[in-house]
Design a protein around this ligand. Sequence first.
Ligand code: SAM
Length: 277
Amino acid sequence: MNDPLPPGLYIVATPIGNLGDLSPRAADTLRRVQLVLAEDKRVSARLLAHAGSTARMMAYHDHSSEAQRDLVLARLAGEAVALVSDAGTPLISDPGYKLVRAARAAGHAIHTIPGPCAAIAALTLAGLPTDRFLFAGFLPVKAKARQEAIAELNAIRASLVFYESGPRLAEALGDLSIGLGKRDGAVAREISKLYEECVTGTLAELADRYVEAPPKGEIVIVVGPPPAVEEASDAALDQALDEALKSMTASRAAAAVAANLGVPRKRAYARALERAR
Ligand code: SAM
């Protein structure tokens, strides 16, 4: 008999394809809660059987009614309740944030059992910068809205991560290529499953590759950050400083020119002192 966990909400990450990725702590949690909130009870039934859990299940979505959320909140006071999604980490392009917000407001204990997430797994495969990234979820389905969403992301100096489906992949890559320019990208497919692959190339190359043959399975697109803006040459810096020094002190001229040309202030100031002599 598994000891029941203390009452509260347990956010449990589950595999994104390979059941072996269910962590021992996730399995233990699923065995020790009284209730599991699931997106699709049939999908989660397989997972519970694998974990050896006999917990009851209830369907939960963020668009579930307030009344149903209140019902869950009432249960949280006296029972351990797990939230799972069909695959991966709940709340990441999946239901849950409204429940977590409501549970937090009601003062219930909330625990997370971290684990697989397709966005993070794709970043580990892509070979693109991971120090800064923006997870953009699913792009809009309609072309105009998709292109507008991409235009909004153009200036962001970070890798971008999107969830996508096979039939829409080529179109999305084509719009990304037009909207973001020449950037490196990666298409990570069926991560942790038998046919896992990660194809890399420029966005235009990737769009060409998939236009003829839309791939099957689940997909993450990773896009590298925009190329670094080339720093102004010494000649361009000197010219701008000479102009600024006609009406400003070296310090102010350096600050203004550094901001205008996007060069480090220290470099502009050192040069300004020389030009002002
Ligand atoms: N909550 C999940 C997570 O943590 O990754 C994501 C749920 S979202 C509704 C489902 C999308 O995640 C799929 O359409 C696909 O873009 C991506 N995805 C899920 N599993 C994947 C896998 N094994 N390989 C590649 N992408 C996957």
